[in-house]
Design a protein around this ligand. Structure first.
Ligand code: NAP
Length: 465
């Protein structure tokens, strides 16, 4: 096994004696922010594990490809890997390739940064019909995730997105954008081709409560409502909302919707509908989605959401549910099934009775639930790392199995940051052929070939563009 091979990995900087070793499970933004925060403390070496050969998690596979300024955060995160005290170990899956016990046997501390891997469900009949999917699957597909199932948009004329948060905004915006607006993104070529050819004319966003309760952030909402060639249609009476009772963000959201409701776009190629006070009660269709039936809702005297019994069906060929994510339990690690997180106190993992599990920590969405923007994970990670560093100072070093020995014993051949750099370079080269900054490589076999140094990415053919 090539753990110490030329250019494959770096041994830790041993200049200060044996460093304390920390494993981070998940190399997405929260894991990398945790590594960055740990680097502020001398004498700590960090290994970031990921099941993919690519670091950056949701930054690579969640942030919309047309939001390039957020992607710039990637440049800041990449600097963390310049440290000789940080390593990236790809293609190692927690629970499958390494267990909790093995990591605790090889590291002074383990930080879980596994994100929120599950989707909330609508729990309505027809939810699993072909053509009814989670927004996560759609995002994974257009972001070039190697596990994504391709979407076919042929014949899709109307799309209904359920949920009124930023994920709903992202997927709707991607559907509303024109081919030329999407071309500069890093989407894989087959995705770009599918999106270029789609004929959807109506995109609906449906909220179960009112416009003032939507969890959109206002700049994202405004961007969506001002897309050229898109006619916004607001189906609710916004004037009935008392703006003076609202906090800043909901007020700004409602104001943005009011402006959009007045907008006339004569050359529009697509209508974007905002429909509030409706909840899904059934996804219609025999063999695949043909529509969605919604029930009108209201709030009762105590502020609880109730159905009014008034129903309407929207004809559509694609339903995307953007109603939130949930964490997934990690093998052997305490898990709060109700909240979908690892129970913790300021990042220290606790069991169901609140007892701290020594040497185990959590950061990001698996720590606090799927809320906040990427930057939220920075302060979140700093809080956990402060707890970890305080605990390390109180503990004598453990007798640990050398990491390389543990990997060898398990027969694991991780990929390293240098291997990711080859994927990175191959994507830049692929994009460069057609004047794009990057074209994502979405196939497992291509990613593995490049990461393992078995050859360049497939050359694009004329069918690709
Ligand atoms: P979210 O903001 O929590 O929105 C979820 C939406 O789903 C809410 O409108 C919620 O309504 C609705 N919902 C939940 N269960 C439902 C059900 N059974 N039926 C109908 N509607 C239901 O979650 P998200 O959009 O998935 O975003 C997750 C996080 O990522 C957020 O913090 C978001 O800001 C962030 N994000 C940020 C960006 C960006 O900055 N550009 C992009 C994407 C995501 P209720 O309020 O009534 O529960």
């Amino acid at each position: 096994m090539d753990v110490q091979g030329a250019g494959a990995t770096r041994p830790y900087d041993a200049g200060m004696g044996e460093p304390r070793r920390v494993a981070i499970v998940g190399a997405g933004p929260s894991g990398i922010f945790a590594a960055q925060s740990l680097l502020g403390h001398p004498g700590i070496a960090v290994d970031l594990y990921d099941r993919l050969p690519t670091p950056y998690g949701l930054l690579r596979y969640g942030v919309a490809p047309d939001h390039t300024s957020i992607k710039g955060v990637g440049e800041a995160l990449a600097r963390v890997f310049e440290s000789p005290d940080v390593r990236f170990l790809g293609l190692v899956e927690f629970g499958k390739d390494v267990t909790r016990k093995e990591l605790l046997g090889a590291y002074d501390a383990v930080i879980y940064a596994a994100g929120a891997a599950e989707d909330a469900e609508m729990a309505v009949p027809g939810e699993n019909l072909p053509g009814s999917d989670s927004a996560r699957s759609f995002v994974a597909w257009y972001s070039g995730h190697p596990d994504a199932t391709p979407f076919r948009l042929t014949g899709v004329r109307s799309v209904v997105t359920v949920g009124v948060g930023n994920v709903a905004v992202d997927v709707s915006r991607i559907l509303c954008k024109t081919a030329s607006e999407l071309t500069p993104t890093d989407m894989p070529d087959p995705v770009l081709n599918e999106l270029r050819g789609h004929v959807a004319r109506d995109v609906w966003i449906v909220g179960r409560r009112g416009p003032q309760h939507a969890s959109f952030t206002t700049p994202e909402l405004r961007e969506l409502l001002t897309l050229p060639h898109v006619q916004p249609v607001v189906h609710d009476a916004l004037d009935e909302i008392d703006l003076t009772t609202l906090e800043r963000r909901p007020r700004a959201n409602v104001e943005a919707m009011k402006i959009a409701a007045e907008r006339s776009v004569p050359d529009a190629s697509l209508r974007l509908h905002l429909l509030f006070w409706h909840r899904p009660i059934e996804v219609e269709g025999r063999h695949r989605v043909a529509g969605i039936t919604l029930e009108r809702t209201a709030l009762d005297d105590e502020g609880h959401l109730i159905g009014t019994g008034e129903e309407r069906t929207i004809q559509c060929e694609l339903v995307l549910r953007a109603i939130g994510y949930r964490g997934r339990a990690l093998d052997g690690v305490p898990f709060d099934e109700v909240r979908g997180i690892i129970p913790n106190t300021v990042g220290r993992v606790t069991d169901a009775r609140g007892r701290v599990q020594r040497r185990e920590y959590a950061v990001g969405w698996i720590k606090r639930g799927p809320t906040g923007v990427i930057g939220t994970n920075k302060s979140d990670a700093a809080e956990t790392v402060a707890a970890l560093v305080a605990d390390l100072a109180d503990q004598p070093p453990h007798v640990l199995e050398p990491v390389e020995k543990m990997l060898r014993r398990k027969g694991l051949r991780p990929t390293w940051y240098e291997d990711w750099m080859r994927i990175d370079a191959a994507e830049a080269a692929l994009g460069g052929r057609y004047g794009r900054a990057r074209t994502k490589i979405a196939s497992w076999s291509d990613l593995l070939d490049i990461a393992r140094g078995r050859g360049p990415a497939r050359r694009p053919t004329s069918r690709d563009l």
